[in-house]
Design a binder for this molecule. Sequence first.
Ligand code: PLP
Length: 416
Amino acid sequence: MTAERTRTAATLPALEKNNLKSKKNFKKLFQNEEKCAIIVSKPSNRTAICGKTIKKEVFDMEIKKQLTTCPKEKPKDESKLGFGHIFTDHMLVMPYDEGQGWHDPVIMPYGDITLSPSAMCLHYGQTVFEGLKAYRRADGGVQLFRPDENFKRLNRSNERLVIPELPEELGLQCLKELISVEKDWVPHTEGASLYIRPFIFAVDPFLGVHPGEHYLFMIILSPSGPYYASGLDPVNIYVENKYVRTVRGGMGYAKTGGNYAASLHSQADAYDQGYSQVLWLDGVEQKYIEEVGAMNIAFVIDGEVVTPSLETGSILSGITRKSALELCRSKGIPVSERRITIQEIADAYDAGKLSEVFGTGTAAVISPVGHLKWGDKVMTINNNKIGPVSQMIYDTLTGIQWGKIPDEFGWIVPID
Ligand SMILES: Cc1ncc(COP(=O)(O)O)c(C=O)c1O
């Protein structure tokens, strides 16, 4: 596949206008813009993806900035931001072309992109994404929570979907640079934050089922409102026993669109029945607990925090889950990562040993479960109130994220 073919497949708006074909011309487009150099060097220059040895990129790049001349008005009432509707003034775009690697990152005005109707991502779902947040501290500064973990996970997803590795340092540098440009968009209201969506997709105009040779990495930003309007209201979830989200050997551990498409039917059924999410069981025997819609799940049984282990590869390795477990261990709370059957949870409930159930995820941090329905059995957890372990995790993680309590774990990355 030629470089020209890529340009027709995924033309950035500005590139399209200028009908640019070469890197030289691409550079010309940005010649008057502010320059900020980033150097990312990799000592090793070879890596293997799915048995295929490819050249690892050696980066020595600038992030170009093409800033908007007409910034949007920022939302006035941050309590009404909601989630995922509003986008900031700029986005980051970086192409990958086989033979050239990741190149020419640019921060440009947020806007539509042009794709060939035959672009591979549209047909075979070769896409991956991440989700994290930027938080505003009381002193006005802005910080990120464990963003390195997101870029590590992005590469685990990349590996599963045969998408080229994006060096973590490069991804992180792109992110920090974009947040610096968009700092004023980070909300000031307590509990509100700037949601960050990095993603990669194959753009080759080709209908064969084959890994792409040309990709775009993009980051878009969306100011989002507080998850909890009034206290940590418990959610009601039910155990899905018809559909499965993924199977052992599938893509469950990858953050890729297909896993979410597979969940939509059950999600819609749950809403219809007055439940907010479903609890997935394993895709082989449908008896082991996996995770909730966009959250990992944990139980407090007899004073121990018990959560499904990740060894089957069918569960997303949540960064909030990891942080919550590290926090509990640091406080001497016993933690067990193992396979758990739904029957074991029902038995623990009947024996009066199940004191808390909670989801963990970037959006809510902690989401207490008030009612858990399995078939005809409805379990009411902790009188439909948040329990002490869930509350402690929530208070500590949000305290660290918003800079209200010291970060003893080294999780915070300031943007200032
Ligand atoms: C399927 C799924 N599981 C778990 C999580 C929680 O992951 P994290 O804590 O990294 O947000 C998410 C959210 O990203 C998710 O989409």
